[in-house]
Design a protein around this ligand. Structure first.
Ligand code: NAD
Length: 498
């Protein structure tokens, strides 16, 4: 049995805590590796190595720091196929989808190749007589990232790329479900020239997370995962005086106006609702057609496409989507579908009975489509995180707008229309962080920033873009006087430049 330990001070090390978790191949249900779960002592070793290496790294000029990322990007491209297959074997998504996961993370590494420019400070000459004032952005020291299972490449890179480029050392605590790619990324960073100790991977569960939240040497924490854990991480890390950003779950709506191109809208919904088996925080899980005729046309267009979904293991290049990540995730999604039926939604396509010959123990759920879903139902209120789309019919544009506006989550939302006025009004009035206009999954590119509103994100700065450089650095402002002579005598009133 393959065993996965930690990555500390530039090398893989075995776990010593005596605790471990199984890593599964979701397509077959077989155990593929045993993952060590870190103790507080192992976290301490990672932090000690980070602390020892960080000052020299911070003092390395930004062009040299950037060059590590140029080489890292090259290495990712060279290892793309290997990384994608490894990722799919633990997550279950298709290999093409895994490549998308890796590329979207790599784009953040490309973005931080611009760190010499991104980290530049500000300077005011002559702020007073002989006085200059300048601000610089210094790294926070040791940062940590706690990541979810669903993007094992992209989300770690969202975090460690800007943190490390800005001169920090970093502790990554990946998801227990898909730990192999984060470990490979750490190895590739070392191969790219990163000094040992600057990127450590500590595998683990709640014990490792709690260790990070309470560790007095960790200054900043970035979290992505489900909303209950995001709230907990945010509150605990803040109470311990750390800077923290914590991103949570989602329930993304797609409004379809009567004037929308129905074929394009239906295709968009298929990819956004069922791609990656719905296990994306930007997946569309609620379709909101406006008007009965639009709704009938949309459901009629979707139903045969959902029935025709090609569902299979990542080893089959023809698969549109794979299994869910764990048996528990599969059971949870199946029970939510049961609840939808019990609570009166119309089950148009039922994915509960899906079986694949040769993969009977895989965690598959077939594509599922509900119509006539209402706002009190659990399938509308909760994030399902599976291949289930709920159609909520709206009588008017205003009624459609109210749905995402009032939902607890605020990650992404989309509108499909040919009318510029409607699209503009929607983008302006909606209280959601990322909005797509005829774009179903509006994940911003690396040089813009990613983040939701409401219960989808806690903290004020987003992932990647210039926000990430702000998050991983702190401002120091220097006021200097040359020539240095101060006026005679002490000055007791507040100094001004007047
Ligand atoms: P999760 O919350 O179960 O786990 C996320 C991380 O928290 C993991 O590293 C895990 O080890 C740790 N963790 C789990 N339980 C914990 C506990 N009790 N105490 C401390 N740490 C704990 O999330 P997941 O199932 O891995 O990922 C899916 C969720 O992530 C979905 O809700 C999805 O919407 C969300 N997500 C959000 C975004 C975003 O940007 N908003 C992006 C991707 C995923």
């Amino acid at each position: 049995m393959r065993s996965i330990g930690h990555f500390i001070n530039g090398v893989r090390v075995e776990g010593k805590s005596g605790r471990s978790a199984d890593v599964f191949n979701p397509a077959t249900g077989e155990v593929s590796a045993r993952l060590a779960l870190a103790s507080a002592a192992e976290l301490d070793a990672a932090v000690a190595s980070a602390l020892a290496a960080q000052p020299k790294w911070a003092a390395t000029n930004p062009q040299r720091r950037a060059r590590v990322f140029f080489r890292f990007v090259d290495l990712i491209n060279q290892h793309m196929d290997e990384l994608a297959v490894l990722l799919s074997s633990e997550h279950g998504k298709t290999v093409e989808d895994s490549k998308g996961d890796i590329v979207r993370g790599m784009e953040v590494a490309e973005f931080v190749c611009g760190i010499p420019h991104l980290q530049k400070g500000e300077f005011t000459e002559g702020a007073g007589p002989g006085i200059d004032m300048y601000s610089m952005r210094q790294p926070v020291g040791v940062g940590a990232g706690i990541t979810p299972f669903n993007f094992p490449a992209m989300i770690p890179m969202w975090m460690f790329a800007p943190a490390i480029a800005a001169g920090n050392a970093f502790i990554l605590k990946p998801s227990e479900r898909a730990p192999s790619v984060p470990m490979r990324l750490a190895e590739l960073m070392i191969e790219a020239g990163l000094p040992a100790g600057i990127l450590n991977v500590v595998n683990g569960d709640k014990e490792a997370v709690d260790g990070i939240l309470h560790h007095h040497e960790i200054a900043g924490i970035s979290f992505v995962g489900s909303t209950p854990i995001a709230r907990y991480v945010y509150a605990t890390a803040a109470a311990n005086g750390k800077r923290v950003q914590a991103f949570g779950g989602a329930k993304n709506h797609m409004v379809v106006m009567p004037d929308a191109d129905m074929d394009k809208a239906a295709d968009a919904l298929m990819g956004a609702g069922y791609g990656s088996a719905g296990e994306r925080c930007m997946a569309v899980s609620v379709a909101v057609p406006v008007g009965a005729e639009t709704a009938d046309r949309l459901v009629a267009a979707l139903a045969p496409k959902v029935e025709a979904l090609r569902i299979g293991p990542y080893t089959d290049a023809q698969s549109d989507m794979g299994p869910l990540v764990t048996r528990a995730a599969q059971q949870r999604v199946l029970s939510l579908i049961d609840k939808g039926v019990e609570q009166g939604a119309k089950l148009v396509v039922d994915g509960r009975g899906f079986k694949l010959q040769g993969y009977e123990d895989g965690y598959f759920v077939g594509g599922t489509l509900f119509d006539n879903v209402t706002t009190e139902m659990d399938i509308y209120r909760e994030e399902i995180f599976g291949p289930v789309v709920s159609v909520v019919r709206a009588g008017s544009y205003e009624e459609a707008l109210e749905l995402p506006l009032r939902h607890q989550y605020g990650n992404g939302v989309a509108i499909f229309t040919r009318d510029g006025d409607t699209a503009r009004d929607f983008a302006s009035r909606i209280n959601i962080g990322m909005v797509g206009i005829n774009v179903p999954v509006p994940v911003p590119l690396a040089y813009h920033s990613f983040g939701g509103w409401k219960a989808s994100a806690f903290g004020d700065l987003n992932q990647h873009g210039t926000d990430s450089i702000k998050f991983w650095t702190r401002t120091k402002t220097i006021t200097s006087r040359w020539p240095s002579g101060l006026k005679e005598g002490a000055q007791f009133s507040m100094p001004t430049m007047a």
